[in-house]
Design a protein around this ligand. Structure first.
Ligand code: SF4
Length: 78
């Protein structure tokens, strides 16, 4: 799946939510999260993010690698 990283924090632009065909991007506190089991890897959200916070999981920059599990954990804790 795709994942949302640190640039989203306190931004929550939500352009990605408009683009997602399966509505798997959710608001949670200070950022948005992608539900990894629902994401169909279409990539539509990535280019519309104004702060470039969205990455395919294998392409998340090293310094934000913890956000991959943060996106998973967010939904596990619901
Ligand atoms: Fe939604 Fe596609 Fe982005 Fe996954 S890659 S979160 S399905 S828009």
């Amino acid at each position: 799946p795709y994942t949302i990283a640190e640039p989203c924090v306190d931004v929550l632009d939500k352009a990605c939510i408009e683009e997602c065909p399966v509505d798997c991007i959710y608001e949670g506190g200070r950022m948005l999260y992608i539900q990894p089991d629902e994401c169909v890897d279409c990539g539509a959200c990535e280019p519309v993010c104004p702060v470039e916070a969205i990455f395919y999981e294998d392409d998340v920059p090293e310094q934000w690698s913890a956000y991959v599990s943060a996106n998973v954990d967010f939904f596990d804790e619901l």
